[in-house]
Design a protein around this ligand. Structure first.
Ligand SMILES: [Zn+2]
Length: 464
């Protein structure tokens, strides 16, 4: 889950006059109960809790009248995913809504409250997964139940994917994407990212971001080997020095500046609410990505450098085996976040050329997969804007490029354009996903439910 990660710390300026809607719709206590129950499942890898969670969720749906024939489960190892279908009146390509049930683990002894118990305190819901991504699971459940209760039938099939391993392998995501109910989906709405930023000081909405692409995550290992020997008799060559020189070159190398329609739209929109030198650079870069001075200013900003190019950085180091021995091996891990459409091999080649030392072996770790950019569809952007403006009139809606990772990349790779829009607004200081004492403003939770319901009705053409 990556709620607005690119701009967490940057938007100190409030220029938008939007204000939150006064009173939310009456709250259904049944959905709060579902939220509380699902926080109670410790769905971290190794705890085997997605199976009982799916049993609980499917039980709730069945009790509400969802036919068993519209629910399927998909297993991969201990992880159990679920797809729920809401059949449409007509034929047409389905729309997928997605959330993940699993969480990053939390150690109860380190938390102030029990992480696996929903606690409501001072306007917040506390618990592991309150934001990432059980609020999304609750929003999917709420939408299915609400459509049924209100007798609304979509024009085409709506399918709801409950992923079981987003935080680890995303293998059940791939199973969902390949399922016959889902594989022809016209696009996906992912609840696990995207959302609104509130000004930390005033609480006013600044901008709403829709995730349309993700950078490719890839790590490379640099290895130097050496015969070694006794440290009292140093050789001319040394594995640690040789690796250190290579890392100097990795540090000095800058990947070329890149831009696409999505990143220009994003940087331009953020530039409208950002003052000073960086704000000016954002506006200039959005207008002209060949503006070298603007790109250089953004390259110095950790918030924006990742949206303007591929970045690689050394993250781990391991060398030597004894204080009094010459090192036989020295290894470094370099983690890269690759700009969309750039092949992983191209980045490896660039590192090899930058290091320019055949004695440094550079290998690709794991099996990184690049995923395409989802071109912003006007119908989807319009529906998201309507849904956001129902609570926050006038706020700017912009796409953004994700630097982290979500299920969206699996769907995009499977040919399903994916847009992440959680509907959750929060202040940067309130973002606790993956961390200690994760929490979500109570108000945001209910707004998130409404957001997904509105998108299902609007995009799905639901009516009586
Ligand atoms: Zn997540």
């Amino acid at each position: 889950m990556n709620l607005n990660r690119p701009t967490l710390t940057i938007l100190a300026v409030t220029l938008l006059a939007a204000t939150a809607a006064a009173d939310p719709v009456p709250r259904d206590p049944a959905i709060r109960e579902i939220y509380a129950r699902i926080i109670g499942f410790r769905t971290a890898a190794g705890h085997d809790q997605t199976k009982p969670m799916v049993a609980y969720l499917s039980g709730v749906l069945t009790k509400a009248g969802v036919p068993a024939s519209d629910i399927v489960t998909l297993d991969r190892g201990e992880a159990r995913a679920m797809i729920v279908r809401v059949p449409g009146r007509e034929r047409g390509r389905p729309i997928l809504f997605s959330a993940h049930m699993d969480v990053v683990d939390a150690r109860p002894e380190e938390w102030e409250r029990s992480p696996f118990e929903l606690v409501e305190e001072n306007g917040y819901f506390y618990g592991r997964g309150t934001t990432d991504n059980k609020a999304g699971v609750a929003a999917l459940m709420s939408t299915i139940l609400r459509l049924r209760a209100e007798g609304l039938v979509p024009a085409r099939d709506l399918v709801f994917g409950f992923v079981a391993d987003e935080e680890t392998g995303m293998e059940t995501t791939a199973l969902i994407a390949a399922h016959p109910w889902v594989r022809d989906a016209e696009f996906a709405i992912n609840t696990d990212a995207g959302g609104g930023l509130l000004d930390d000081a005033t609480g006013k909405p600044l901008i709403y971001l829709v995730q349309g692409a993700e950078k490719t995550y890839a790590s490379f290992e640099l290895t130097v080997t050496n015969p070694g020997g006794h440290s009292s008799r140093p050789r001319a060559d040394n594995a640690i020095y040789q690796l250190a020189h290579a890392l100097d070159k990795v540090e000095a190398y800058h990947f070329p500046v890149m831009a696409n329609d999505l990143t220009r739209a994003y940087l331009g929109a953020v530039g409208q609410v950002k003052e000073g030198e960086v704000g000016a650079a954002l506006r200039r870069f959005a207008a002209d990505p060949d503006d070298v001075a603007a790109a250089a200013t953004l390259a110095k900003s950790p918030e924006f450098v990742g949206t303007t190019r591929t970045t690689c950085v050394a993250t781990m180091l391991q060398a030597g085996h004894a204080e009094n021995a010459l090192p036989q091996t020295a290894k470094a891990t370099v983690n890269c976040r690759i700009f969309p459409a750039v092949p992983v091999e191209t980045v490896r080649d660039a590192l090899v050329a930058a290091v320019a030392d055949p004695g440094v072996k550079i290998t690709t770790l794991d099996d990184p997969e690049a995923s395409p950019v989802s071109v912003m569809r006007p119908d989807v952007v319009a529906a998201i804007t309507r849904a956001v403006h129902a609570d926050y009139p006038g706020v700017t809606v912009s796409p953004y490029l994700e630097s982290g990772g979500t299920d969206g990349k699996v769907y995009r790779t499977a040919g399903i354009p994916s847009f992440a829009s959680s509907g959750l607004f929060a202040k940067p200081s309130e973002m606790y996903a993956h961390g200690l004492n994760e929490r979500l403003p109570v108000k945001s939770f209910y707004e998130g439910l409404d957001h997904i319901y509105r998108l299902a009705v609007d995009l799905g053409g639901a009516g009586k």
